[in-house]
Design a protein around this ligand. Structure first.
Ligand SMILES: NC(=O)c1ccc[n+]([C@@H]2O[C@H](COP(=O)([O-])OP(=O)(O)OC[C@H]3O[C@@H](n4cnc5c(N)ncnc54)[C@H](OP(=O)(O)O)[C@@H]3O)[C@@H](O)[C@H]2O)c1
Length: 328
């Protein structure tokens, strides 16, 4: 198996988790890390035993040893960094939320096409064995037709200066947390035909709490909620015409779900190797010469961005780059 050589861009929380996950993936070599400063790059490289450390993203992109760059920066940086990496000839796995909005995401996909390089949104939940097993059971008619899905993701993130509450960094509960309730719904039911959302904004203009509903072509409905204040039970519940499934917390990277039919419950345990599943899929697609995932497709990412754009429009959340050009 040809090793795939990874570069990690940014040294924050999720990049640390990805470095740890990649260390356990067969055929994955982390050959470099890039940070905005040499000191943080050096510290991250030392912590994760990475041979090369670059003090800028541009230097990381210029490293000839790298096949694929994992981008773990805040949302407002994804568009620029992804395009720069693709234009430098690298494949890219870019964290969710993939971009600030659909127009940015379209430019990123165009750059992948132009450079004939692999590009995927790092929506890790779509690669979780537990989500695939739930979908398999539903397709095998375990609970009948889906009537409704209800999913929530609220955790307290109080720091007023952190990226989650900064409008200029693509903050807000929706892009960070609410994207997961939307994901389980879209994973099981496809793209919705209609959406309604209400929410409360912070003084700085990001969404602190959101509740909404989706309508699907089949007639199924989804209710979702998300917040940066308080903690919800972090489960997803699927109601079918003859039974129910509860995906246990944390529903976006689950290790178990329970199916109940006629009062009889079955608890199903599923493998969970965290970020390794999406990394393995990325490597498989690159080895196969593909530039797009067949699971987290570009179309899925673009329609998801469009859905979140519409929810933010209903809430009145507009990022600085969106005002003045007809978006806000
Ligand atoms: N899949 C998941 O489970 C998961 C979990 C958490 C977050 N995420 C996603 O991962 C991304 C990063 O989240 P995080 O929690 O890891 O964030 P974080 O801890 O704040 O780290 C982000 C890093 O991005 C780099 N960066 C580049 N440009 C920046 C800028 N203009 N301002 C601040 N930092 C900048 C910084 O690293 P350097 O100083 O090295 O440049 C920083 O440490 C987001 O898209 C988030 O939604 C995914």
């Amino acid at each position: 198996m040809t090793p795939i050589r990874w570069g990690i861009a940014s040294t924050g929380n999720i990049s640390g988790s990805m470095a740890t996950a990649l260390a356990g993936v067969d055929g994955a070599d982390i050959v470099a890390v890039g940070s905005r400063t040499q000191d943080t790059a050096d510290a991250f490289a030392a912590e994760h035993s990475i041979p090369n450390a670059h003090g800028s993203f541009t230097a990381l992109c210029a490293d000839p040893e790298i096949d694929v760059i994992y981008i773990g920066s805040p949302h407002h940086e994804h568009h620029g960094m992804t395009i720069e990496a693709l234009d430098a000839g690298k494949h890219v796995l870019c964290e969710k939320a993939f971009a600030l909005n659909r127009p940015e995401a379209e430019e990123m996909v165009a750059a992948a096409r132009r450079n004939e390089r692999f590009l995927m949104e790092a929506m890790w939940s779509w690669f979780m064995p537990g989500w695939h097993e739930v979908r398999n059971r539903i397709e095998a008619d375990a609970i009948g037709d889906i009537v409704s899905i209800d999913a929530n993701f609220a955790i307290p993130i109080p720091d007023p200066n952190g990226r989650h509450r900064r409008l200029d960094m693509g903050g807000g509960a929706l892009l960070d947390l609410g994207i997961y309730p939307l994901s389980i719904s879209r994973f099981l039911l496809g793209e919705p035909t209609d959406v309604r959302a209400l929410g409360r904004l912070t003084a700085g203009g990001v969404d602190a709490a959101v509740a909404g509903s989706l309508l699907h072509e089949s007639g199924a409905v989804t209710t979702f909620s998300t917040s940066l204040d308080g903690r919800s039970d972090l489960t997803a519940r699927i109601v079918g015409t003859v039974g129910q499934i509860e995906i246990h917390a944390p529903f976006w990277f689950p290790s178990a779900f329970t199916i109940t039919v006629d009062g009889e419950s079955e608890r199903v345990e599923t493998p969970n190797r965290g970020l390794a599943h999406e990394a393995e899929h990325t490597m498989e697609r690159i080895r196969g010469g593909h530039i797009e995932s067949d699971i987290q497709t570009w179309n899925a990412t673009l329609t998801n961005m469009e859905l979140m754009d519409e929810i933010r429009r209903q809430l009145g959340v507009f990022y600085p780059s969106e005002t003045g050009d007809g978006f806000g």
